[in-house]
Design a protein around this ligand. Structure first.
Ligand SMILES: *Cc1c(COP(=O)(O)O)cnc(C)c1O
Length: 221
């Protein structure tokens, strides 16, 4: 019993105070989120908009909801009134849609651009040059209801620390470079259950941890 609370305590005492912990609660029942909430956790990450909306509706309103999954533009409208941070933006078109929906609610929605850092084949994330191009573009100035506050990256799924270090440190260098030019950029979201210690060593400011808090996910039930 209370293993969620214990796990949260273990992680919180092992990470630096200035690193933000996002509790990734995808697929987990409301009761598990409530347990984490009761233990003091206030930031939750989900990867499906519909699931996040359902959980938002049934849980306390001081929770900050982070969308960490790949985005479908046509569903952005369902979370625009409450989402706190969107991690996985990897298309300019998605930024435009977020801007449009945020405007309807008179909000500015914080976004992270997802960088493609993994060596393995992946469909998701933008090459560094494309991120730089978006930040420099004139169009971005017109999107007054989105604010790009940093970058997100997912490393290769491997135990090889050399590869992980390489991937994390390349994103950190890219982050530092842009941070010095754009005052709004302050968040570097990298690190999951298997690699967050290494991500923090490489300068992560925000980790997204699921199974180490809530236990393994069972996609069959
Ligand atoms: C599921 C997920 C996580 C958390 O994964 P764990 O290995 O369970 O910690 C982190 N980031 C993203 C983008 C995810 O989809």
């Amino acid at each position: 019993m209370n293993y969620i609370k214990d796990n949260l305590e273990k992680i919180n005492t092992s990470i630096p105070e200035d690193v933000t912990l996002v509790a990734v609660s995808k697929t987990k029942p409301i009761a598990d989120l409530q347990e984490a909430y009761d233990a003091g956790q206030r930031i939750f990450g989900e990867n499906k908009i519909q699931e996040m909306v359902t959980k938002f509706d049934s849980l306390p309103k001081d929770i900050q909801w982070h969308m960490i999954g790949h985005l479908q533009s046509n569903k952005v409208k369902y979370m625009a009134h409450f989402v706190d941070l969107i991690h996985g933006v990897d298309k300019f078109k998605t930024l435009k849609e977020i801007n449009k929906q945020a405007k309807k609610h008179d909000r500015v929605i914080n976004c992270l651009l997802q960088a493609r850092i993994a060596k393995e084949e992946t469909k998701f994330g933008l090459p560094f040059e494309e991120i730089t191009a978006i930040l420099k573009s004139e169009e971005i100035q017109n999107l007054t209801n989105v604010k790009i506050v940093g970058f997100m990256g997912m490393a290769t799924f491997t135990d090889d620390e050399t590869i992980l270090n390489e991937e994390f440190s390349s994103l950190k260098a890219f982050f530092d470079h842009h941070k010095s030019q754009y005052p709004a950029i302050e968040i570097l979201s990298m690190g999951m259950s298997g690699d967050y210690q290494l991500a923090i060593k490489n300068g992560s400011t925000m980790i997204r941890v699921g199974s180490s808090i809530f236990g393994a996910r069972n996609y069959l039930t």
